[in-house]
Design a protein around this ligand. Structure first.
Ligand code: F0G
Length: 437
């Protein structure tokens, strides 16, 4: 089939997001050699690389869904025309992406919204959106001959890095803030064979230290400072557009920590628009925990021109980050799409998580922040009731069972005798309580 065999990944350069300089060499921290800011992947001659015009991509990507080859099955590499070129033998994939878009009927009704969906990135191989980014970043690392990869993490990145490294027969090194990540995420990194180092500092401290470590230890850094991470993560925009039959939603709401994911999402939508695959972009809004709201304060207090760091504190440990690396990229996404940064309290996060749960959609606390934030955006009138909204749920509920178990423990009846009458009577009581609520 002519269309599906299109395989023209355009060439790319790494460009500084601040001073715009194209990098002649790449440092281990992936920072600009002139001004030390972050880099982004920029494609050369992308439009020209499609002889029949970029719109043909829509069919090419659709046809690949029928193909059994690993890079077509992947919900990331299926979109490889808009990714850096990697030879198939170096592609490390576990079928990431391909996550469901779920209608949230009850929540929509409660908020008075007509159309509310959740794109559940927690359905990725290791249970979080990180897999889409790690697949691309580790494939690039493999192609460049690295034997080791590394990251600092609040838990999900480390789980993903460890798993993908194991698949690629590479060694992973993960730096974690001691006592600040859920046991499930820690268990994943250990199971997948990472060198796990717990440090007496927070996530920001781990990342800062890692930038020093990679100057002396030859491991490829896979945090979202690595611009190839964002290339993988941006494909969520492509997959979402396919699922919505290329009809652009009005709003996409995403939680923010180190701010790589919202930056990737924005890049994905803007690239689709620049190629003419869509005519407009959704407003992308970023939700943070009130105790870790660096982007919110950066927008409110400095109009996005200067980062306001905070001492991060939240039980949504995945987004417990006070000095977000990708803040400049995130500010650009807010400005280019017309979205807002908003923060939500611990109680609002917990409530939002339980409400999604009551609709059969489990997610981890950080993910629920997006729903809590959406409620605020509807109340303030920023999101109108007739608009189409998509929430990005970033991590699986089983990532942090301690949180949920604690929150829901009062619902659990005490152990009872294994006796029919006792069970029936207990059920009747539960039914009555249910009716009252
Ligand atoms: N949601 C979850 C479940 C996360 O794990 C993270 C980040 C975010 C949201 C925020 O995404 O950092 O791109 O703004 N987790 C990172 C980690 C920091 O180490 O797993 P972001």
């Amino acid at each position: 089939m002519k269309a599906a065999s299109l395989n023209s990944a355009a060439t790319h350069v790494l460009r500084c997001v601040h001073c715009g300089i194209v990098q002649q060499r790449v440092t281990p921290m992936f920072r600009c050699t002139e001004c030390n800011e972050l880099l982004e992947v920029s494609y050369i001659g992308l439009r020209e690389s499609f002889p029949d015009g970029p719109l043909q991509l829509i069919d090419v990507w659709k046809q690949r869904r029928l193909s059994p080859t690993a890079e077509d099955v992947s919900g990331v590499w299926r979109f490889r025309e808009l990714l850096p070129h990697v030879e198939p033998m170096n592609i490390v994939t576990m079928g990431e992406g391909n996550t469901p878009l779920l209608l949230l009927q009850k929540s929509a009704t409660a908020l008075g919204l007509h159309d509310l969906h959740a794109k559940h990135q927690g359905m990725n191989p290791t249970g979080s959106f990180k897999d889409t980014g790690i697949s691309v970043a580790i494939s690039m690392a493999k192609a460049q001959g690295f034997s080791h990869v590394c990251c600092a993490s609040t838990g999900n990145t480390s789980a993903s890095v460890a798993a993908y490294a194991a698949r690629a027969s590479m060694k992973s090194v993960v730096l974690l803030p001691s006592g600040q990540i859920s046991s499930g995420k820690l268990a994943q990194a250990l199971e997948y064979g990472a060198h796990v180092l717990q440090l007496r500092t927070d996530f920001d401290g781990c990342l800062k230290l890692l930038e020093e470590v990679v100057k002396r230890f030859p491991a490829c850094l896979l945090n979202s400072l690595n611009p190839y991470r964002l290339e993988g993560q941006k494909t969520v925009a492509f997959e979402l557009m396919e699922q919505l039959n290329w009809s652009v939603p009005d709003h996409v709401v995403v939680p923010g920590g180190n701010l790589g994911n919202c930056s990737a999402l924005g890049k994905g939508f803007l690239e689709l628009r620049d190629l003419g695959l869509i005519n407009s972009v959704p407003r992308i809004s970023v939700i943070q925990a009130a105790g870790a709201n660096a982007l919110v304060r950066t927008m409110r207090e400095k109009d996005g021109n200067e980062l306001v760091c905070v001492n991060a504190e939240t039980r949504a440990t995945a987004i417990r980050i006070g000095n977000p690396a990708s803040w400049r990229k995130a500010v650009a996404v807010l400005k280019n799409t017309g979205g807002l940064a908003e923060d939500v309290s611990e109680e609002e996060i917990a409530l939002a998580k339980a409400e999604l749960g009551a609709e059969g959609i489990g997610c981890e606390p950080a993910s629920a922040a997006s729903f809590a934030g959406l409620k605020k955006l509807v109340r303030s009138g920023f999101v109108k009731t007739n608009e189409i909204v998509v929430l990005i749920l970033t991590g699986h509920m089983l990532k942090d069972v301690e949180y949920t178990a604690q929150r829901q423990s009062d619902k659990l009846a005490a152990p009872m005798d294994a006796d029919t009458d006792t069970v029936i009577s207990a059920l009747e009581t539960l039914e009555k309580t249910n009716q009252r609520n």
